[in-house]
Design a protein around this ligand. Structure first.
Ligand code: NDP
Length: 505
């Protein structure tokens, strides 16, 4: 049995009565001096930190990563340096659009964020269960997320605003195809693959740069619900993914993922047939096969959800020597926005919280700030350069220079891009039952949006594969000839022909 502890205030003063407030007389009003009651109410009012603006509803667990294959010729990252090496880690999974109280079994992308507590600082792999994303230019991120959230007038989610944005952003087609496929509604977090999605880089011990994509393949198998199954689950259990993950770990059935990479020599990027830094594209496996790196196992639930999972802060800017960034515009923006979001959400000293604190030593010149609850580096110098033995930079950690060329400009990110082939490739690899699910799922979501938006979207589907458009058009009762007419237009013509002013039924 747990030791009986004395109840105290937050300042350690013993409490004699935690049942009855201090009042003037038996029926009388409260006394201002009831500091115990005041502390209790004031602390309660401040219990919530702002929820994440995206990925608000999440679950997490701690685990161990074990290297199973030697890839040390590609990266000097010490935690990947030899077979059998183990690193403690933390994972957080989430849905994207729903608020903190949203149900888990909803059709949505799943966040897949990992923090590896390596001997060279934390490496955070902040990905999704999809290898691509809806947009390729971060300028559109806020707009896109607004379409996933509540309509400003009705305060309800709206299929119309979602399809309006997607149909005006054909680069979303690949991701939409995944979202509305059978994989868009996973049975739980244990049953999804994780992807770094962006292209990152490896720096080798001999100072070469390789471009790299990260994949985490579930060893539990991919398992999904249909829309109908999902609705039944939500009716009974809004926490189905949280429950599944928590209970599996509690009973010792530890979920595992196989960590794999695709590796592209630096020079290939200049001649590869697609832009390898475009977040809406994958690298086909036949061009860059998967190479195993290790096994990730989740084996410990948090003792306190808020402290260890809600306050966990993942950020793609946490890299270790041997792993770095790429010119992917979306990644570049996330390098800024994640740390910025954490500073707002949990405060400037969030990196010192137990879930975020590296296991390796931290030596910085950052000081002070709200809730500096550690020793604030004591009397060590707080400026650099100094001649009092403060920490020093080490050029051994510099990366090889990256050649960048071109004129500064706002380049049209759609120009010359093929937004249809890879979405079509995914459609074509689905079996008949998966195709039927895809048609049904799209139909359920698009059926009630205005026809001109449907037509715009069907033109994109047609360009990915006419059979893809037909499967949906048949359900909607729309004539393929009409779709074909719109599909032949260039984007400017399509957008104008499907505008409110010009569209004719
Ligand atoms: P491959 O046949 O080598 O690979 C197909 C991939 O598609 C597999 O990784 C498979 O995952 C995955 N997949 C199957 N069904 C779905 C689905 N409903 N949603 C998401 N992924 C699915 O072909 P390519 O490498 O040439 O890629 C073809 C298409 O596959 C791409 O256009 C892309 O849409 C998709 N894909 C490709 C990935 C890549 O990195 N190359 C990664 C994921 C998807 P699994 O093996 O786990 O079943």
């Amino acid at each position: 049995m747990a030791e009986k502890k004395k109840l105290t205030t937050a300042h350690g003063n013993p409490i004699g009565d935690n049942q009855n407030s201090l009042t003037a007389g038996k029926r009388g009003p409260l006394l201002m001096q009831d500091y115990q009651l005041l502390e209790k109410m004031a602390t309660f009012n401040r219990e919530r930190v702002p929820e994440r603006v995206v990925h608000a509803k999440g679950s997490g667990a701690f685990g161990t990563f074990t290297v199973t294959n030697d890839i040390s010729k590609y990266t000097k990252a010490k935690f990947l340096s030899k077979i059998g090496k183990k690193t403690e880690m933390l994972a957080r999974f989430s849905t994207v659009a729903g608020e903190r109280g949203a149900a888990d079994a909803e059709r949505d992308v799943r966040g897949f964020a990992l923090k590896f507590y390596t001997e060279e600082g934390n490496w955070d792999m902040v990905g999704n269960n999809t290898p691509v994303f809806f947009i390729r230019d971060p300028y559109k991120f806020g707009d896109f997320i607004h379409t996933q959230k509540r309509d400003p007038k009705t305060n309800m989610r709206s299929n119309t605003i979602q399809w309006d944005f997607w149909s005006l952003s054909p680069e979303s087609l690949h991701q939409i195809t995944i979202l509305f496929s059978d994989r868009g509604l996973p049975q739980g977090y244990r049953f999804v693959n994780g992807y770094g999605s962006h292209t990152y880089s490896f720096i080798s011990p001999d100072y070469q740069r390789y471009w790299v994509k990260f994949h985490f393949k579930t060893m539990q198998g991919i398992k999904n619900w249909t829309n109908e199954e999902g609705e039944k689950i939500v009716g009974k259990d809004r926490e189905s993914s949280q429950r599944d993950l928590f209970e599996a770990i509690e009973k010792g059935d530890y979920p595992k993922w196989r960590f794999m990479v695709q590796i592209m020599p630096e020079k290939d990027a200049e001649t590869y047939h697609l832009n390898p830094f475009d977040l809406t594209k994958v690298w086909p496996h036949k061009d860059y096969p998967l190479i195993e790196v290790g096994i990730l196992e989740l084996n410990r639930n948090a003792e306190n959800y808020f402290a260890e999972i809600e306050q966990a802060a993942f950020e793609p800017s946490n890299i270790v020597p041997g792993i770095s960034f790429s010119p992917d515009k979306m990644l570049q923006a996330r390098i800024m926005s994640y740390a910025d979001a954490h500073r707002y959400r949990i405060g400037v000293n969030y990196a010192a919280l137990p879930a975020n604190k590296p296991k390796s030593e931290v030596s910085t010149y950052h000081r002070d700030g709200q809730l500096r609850f550690d020793e604030n580096f004591g009397g060590l110098p707080n400026y650099e350069p100094n001649s009092f033995g403060g920490p020093k930079e080490d050029p051994a950690f510099l990366e090889p220079p990256l050649k960048i060329s071109g004129d500064a400009n706002r380049y049209n990110h759609r120009e010359g891009n093929d937004d249809y082939s890879q979405a079509g490739n995914l459609f074509r690899l689905m079996n008949e039952s998966q195709k039927q699910q895809l048609f049904n799922n799209v139909y359920a979501a698009i059926n009630e949006v205005p026809e001109r938006i449907k037509m715009r979207q069907l033109a994109h589907y047609f360009n990915a594969d006419p059979a893809y458009a037909k499967g949906i058009a048949d359900k909607l009762g729309i004539d393929m000839k009409k779709i074909e007419k719109y599909a032949k237009m260039n984007l400017k013509e399509l957008f104008s022909a499907t505008s409110e002013e010009e569209y004719k039924n």
